[in-house]
Design a protein around this ligand. Structure first.
Ligand code: HEM
Length: 533
């Protein structure tokens, strides 16, 4: 044994120090040389995400199809949850499934919070958009301000919640009146344009202290251009990835020119309102979100007067169309499932009764209605892919190297229709959100991904959920909706940033017109016009 050999016996020569350390020296030299070799060796390029073959010039554009989120789900089955496409010359990484999306947008949030440098994005809100602006300290300050002011007039506390609720109830009253008028004599009509005006009016009241009549053709025309906005900035849009299409007349160039015009128009509408507010601004009285932003803009780091218009155009633009699209899906699914409509009405009648209207306070006691709304958001997944993101640095995700400024698509649809997360995701079943005691399973409800995650998560999520609940509850409490037997109700939709149901018509019967008139008359006297911030 080494220890015995080393301890020399009497009469034997002692081993030299040199001999003792030689093996250790040799080992150290070998390790040193190995390190040098490893450092000097040319590095293997790190792996890019896998993906389908991309054709020159077009890349994978022709593969996207009419509903890109479904194509992405199919490609994810072949290449995994993180894969790469090429749209024109741009590399696009597509994220699918909750785990990959959460890992990118939450755990590596800052690295995935950019927006692509698309020409169309620079046209939104006069180039000072929160939603389409690049990730920077200035953007963070603007987003914080927008979020703060929006919450102060909607869901920040009991007081703002009550005032917000009164705005929604006032709009629901007007909407119910218009629905009653349009439905007279059992007529069938398209309800969605009315939902758009009603929801836009709520945001208009919060932002500018003003609402418009359902018959106002200018306001309706302004809102009617929403679809073309979504078609330009949605995941399937070609406007930004094939810039050479701007060189000659074609449908894509027409869409882009429309987009320029409609952004100018919306921005001018908001600019005029803000200018009016500037003229009458009184720091002692904050009438609405415009006043709140005007009063705080100078204190926000890196922001100037010019950011007021951009911030308000964003809030108004993002808030007016999304919630009404959700309400159209709610109605379509009520028509498709008349037995669920009856069940919801029975729940409302037993909890709220017929002597008053449903309120936000009732929300906790109406689990089936809440479950129905969450199931509508999950099933329709009507914002299937978020606004495109971009990486803000070179980043590694799941072992794949993604360079800075890569476009990233976040496929929310894949989360809401994931078979490992939801039983029979293709079936519409609100009961999946109820626990054994028939209460709303809040953890499961939070698993629906429609407002995105992380630093770019929607800032209107709480407001939108409350507004959707109140509109749905009041409409169901007051009206009965029937499908047009001459039409086939389809889940097919018009695709843009948001999926919109194909136009459908409905007949509406009022359950109790006199009751409605007296309830709304008493509410009218309670609505405060001014709210102090
Ligand atoms: C049901 C209704 C709504 C849905 C489903 C929805 C969904 C979304 C989604 C998916 C995004 C993109 C997030 C991302 O890119 O990762 C977004 C962003 C945004 N939303 Fe909403 N939204 C709704 C209502 C609203 C409302 C009512 C407002 C304001 C009044 C609003 C304001 C915004 C803003 C300002 C952004 C940009 C956030 C950022 O880029 O940092 N949204 N929303």
């Amino acid at each position: 044994m080494a220890s015995e050999a080393a301890s020399s016996g009497p009469g034997e020569p002692a081993p030299s120090l040199q001999a003792a350390v030689r093996p250790a020296l040799l080992l150290s030299c070998a390790l040193f040389l190995l390190c040098l070799w490893a450092r000097g060796r040319p590095r293997r390029p790190r792996r890019s995400p896998p993906g389908p073959f991309a054709w020159p010039l077009l890349g994978n554009v022709l593969q996207l199809g009419r509903l890109p989120h479904l194509t992405f789900c199919e490609l994810a089955r072949r290449y995994g949850d993180v894969f790469q496409l090429r749209l024109g010359r741009r590399a696009v990484v597509v994220l699918n499934g909750e785990a990959a999306i959460r890992q990118a947008l939450v755990r590596q949030g800052g690295h995935f919070a950019g927006r692509p440098d698309f020409p169309s994005f620079r046209l939104v809100s006069g180039g000072r958009s929160v939603a389409f602006g690049p990730y920077s300290a200035q953007w963070r300050a603007q987003r914080r301000l927008a979020h703060l002011c929006l919450r102060a007039f909607s869901t920040a506390d009991g007081r703002s919640r009550r005032t917000f609720e009164q705005h929604v109830v006032a709009e629901a009253r007007e909407l119910t009146r218009v629905l009653a008028r349009r439905g007279e004599g059992g007529a069938y009509f398209d309800p969605c344009p009315l939902f758009t005006v009603a929801n836009a009016n709520v945001i208009c009241a919060l932002c500018f202290g003003q609402r418009y009549g359902h018959e106002d053709s200018e306001f309706r025309a302004l809102l009617g251009r929403n679809d073309r906005f979504g078609q330009t900035v949605g995941a399937g849009s070609l406007v930004d990835v094939l810039p050479w299409l701007q060189a000659f007349p074609n449908p894509v160039r027409r869409v882009f020119r429309d987009f320029q015009a409609l952004n100018r128009e919306l921005h001018d509408f908001v600019k005029a309102k803000v200018a009016q507010h500037r003229r009458t601004y009184d720091p002692r009285l904050t009438r609405d979100i415009s006043d709140a932003v005007l009063g705080r803009i100078e204190q926000a780091e890196g922001l100037s007067r010019e950011h007021v218009d951009g911030t308000l155009t964003d809030i108004f633009g993002a808030g007016q169309d999304t919630t009404s699209t959700a309400l159209c899906w709610v109605l379509l699914l009520l028509l498709k499932h008349p037995h669920l409509q009856r069940r919801l009405r029975a729940e409302l009648d037993s909890v709220v009764g017929r002597a008053r209207l449903p309120t936000a306070e009732d929300r906790r006691c109406l689990p089936y209605l809440e479950a129905f709304i969450y199931e509508t958001l999950r099933f329709s997944s009507f914002v299937p892919v978020t606004i495109p993101h971009a990486t803000t640095a070179d980043v590694v995700l799941r072992g794949f190297c993604i360079p800075k400024d890569t476009v990233v698509f976040v496929n929310q649809w894949s989360v809401n229709h994931d078979r490992s997360k939801w039983k029979d995701p293709h079936l519409f079943d609100p009961a999946r959100f109820l626990d054994a005691e028939h209460k709303l399973d809040r953890d499961l409800a939070c698993g629906v991904m429609i407002f995105s995650l992380g630093q770019r998560r929607c800032i209107g999520d709480q407001l939108a959920k409350l507004q959707l609940f109140l509109f749905t509850a009041i409409l169901l409490h007051q009206c009965t909706f029937e499908a047009n037997p001459a039409e086939r109700l389809t889940m097919d939709c018009v695709h843009g940033l948001a999926l919109k149901p194909m136009p459908f018509t409905v007949s509406v019967k009022m359950r109790d017109l006199e009751l409605l008139a007296s309830l709304f008359a008493s509410l009218e006297s309670q609505l405060p016009a001014i709210f102090s911030f």
